[in-house]
Design a protein around this ligand. Structure first.
Ligand code: PLP
Length: 422
């Protein structure tokens, strides 16, 4: 069964020889055509959540219209179709990450994925005296679960610092990898600074020291061509809603031996082979970690999102976003009193900034009235903002479907609303 509209297969969006037709790509995103407060929308909050192309929307619509049934239970035709569609999405995602489908646990997103590692891998293993190493640029989803583990095991958290330009301080990180460190939790790409961490090198250093690695790939998967197998990490977490997919979808990749050694996190239907009141025989991974009815239509949509990203081409997406980032950085740097947080070389298309004398929330509110959606606040990264000594920043995060014209409109709106604030 194909749960995808023919358009996905037909559309040669990414003509990689002659370049991508970005206007045509943009036309796939209906939400981008709307107005906000009577102004054309300029959506620059992509690090928060990405917009969805028609192909993703249509795939879910088709699933509910034609194939809806529960997975892995019924032998009837619809049950088989639904199960095939769900497993096809796992296969597509596995190919996208370059991992084996049997090693990919489907779940609601990165927060769930990291909690799964915390509860199933860390909680039974860690003890007083052990150390969990995290970087200062982590999202709360890669901090709080480790604090909960630390509280319950007596392990402690050690923080690896960053440099003023937003790069990880690698010398300090490697020095912090002492014998007590059992786990390293690190973002592939920072959601605030855009820094792309050298995760391959970091995981190699950790592995040499026997440290298990958890990489938060939430902000990497939408923007970079990934090869998780080559990365050398032990766990890699992604979230669907930032990569053109539906909310409530995501995945945890882990090496098969790790998944086999871990107890289930959540118990219920789907994750068992046999249940009696004397005990339960669990299913094999990854199903052992997928109790209950999953977000089936959501994963069909995520499969369509992967098809979509691949049809545009991840290399083309990365190149397009670098170009948009360069333009936006230049436009913002021309505004007097504007300070950018995070200037690491090769960073992703995320710009956190402040404008002297203006509150981040005030600017974001006024920008909204101009049709420009940017995020203001702490971006679920309080410790990182504490490092920079600021209470909040504005964040403009770009995606391949943004345009140079939108960047100019954003910069002009910022100059205008800054003036309004006096
Ligand atoms: N990690 C990073 C770096 C993020 O940017 C986010 C979302 O903003 C998360 C984790 C949480 O992902 P989810 O909302 O899918 O749980």
């Amino acid at each position: 069964m194909s749960t995808l509209p023919a358009a996905v297969h037909d559309a040669a969006l990414g003509n990689h020889e002659g370049g991508v037709d970005w206007n045509r790509v943009r036309a796939d995103f209906p939400l981008l055509m709307r107005e906000v407060h009577g102004k054309p929308l300029v959506y620059l909050d992509n690090a928060n959540t990405g917009q969805k192309p028609l192909q993703v929307i249509a795939s879910q619509d088709e699933f509910y219209r034609r194939h809806n049934a529960n997975v892995s239970r019924a032998v009837h035709a619809l049950g088989t179709e639904a199960t095939e569609a769900y497993e096809a999405a796992r296969g597509k995602l596995a190919r996208f990450l370059n991992v084996r489908p049997e090693e990919l646990v489907l779940c609601s997103g990165t927060t769930f994925a990291i909690n799964l590692v915390a509860y199933s891998w860390a909680l039974p293993r860690l003890k007083a005296g052990d150390v969990i190493l995290v970087s200062r640029m982590e999202h709360h989803a890669n901090i709080v679960p480790w604090q909960l583990v630390a509280q319950r095991t007596g392990a402690t958290i050690r923080v690896a610092g960053i440099l003023p330009d937003g790069q990880l301080d690698l010398d300090a990180l490697y020095k912090a990898m002492t014998g007590e460190v059992k786990l390293l939790a690190v973002a592939h790409v920072s959601n605030v600074l855009g820094t792309v961490n050298p995760v391959r090198e970091i995981c190699r250093e950790a592995r040499r020291r026997g440290i298990t690695t958890v990489v938060d790939g939430s902000q990497a998967a939408p923007h970079l061509k990934l090869d998780v197998a080559a990365m050398g990490c032990d766990f890699y977490a992604i979230t669907g809603h930032k990569m053109c997919g539906p909310t409530g979808t995501g995945a945890l990749w882990a090496r098969r031996d790790l998944l086999e050694s871990m107890p289930p996190f959540i118990g219920g239907g789907e994750m068992i082979k046999e249940v009696s009141f004397d005990g339960t025989v669990f299913n094999d991974p990854p199903h052992k970690f997928e109790a209950g009815t999953p977000n089936i239509a959501g994963f069909v949509g995520l499969g369509a999102a992967v098809d979509y990203l691949e049809s545009v081409g991840m290399d083309a997406i990365a190149a397009r976003e670098s170009e948009l980032l360069a333009h936006a950085t230049e436009a913002l740097q021309a505004i007097p009193g504007l300070r950018i947080f995070g200037t690491a070389p090769g960073k992703a298309a995320v710009i956190s900034f402040l404008v002297e004398g203006a509150h981040a929330h005030d600017l974001a509110t006024l920008l909204d009235l101009e049709g420009v959606a940017v995020r203001s606040g702490q971006h679920c990264a309080h410790p990182l903002l504490q490092f920079f000594g600021v209470a909040a920043t504005l964040r403009a995060s770009l995606a391949f479907y943004n345009t140079h014209d939108e960047i100019d409109r954003f910069a002009a709106a910022l100059v205008k609303v800054r003036r309004l604030l006096g």
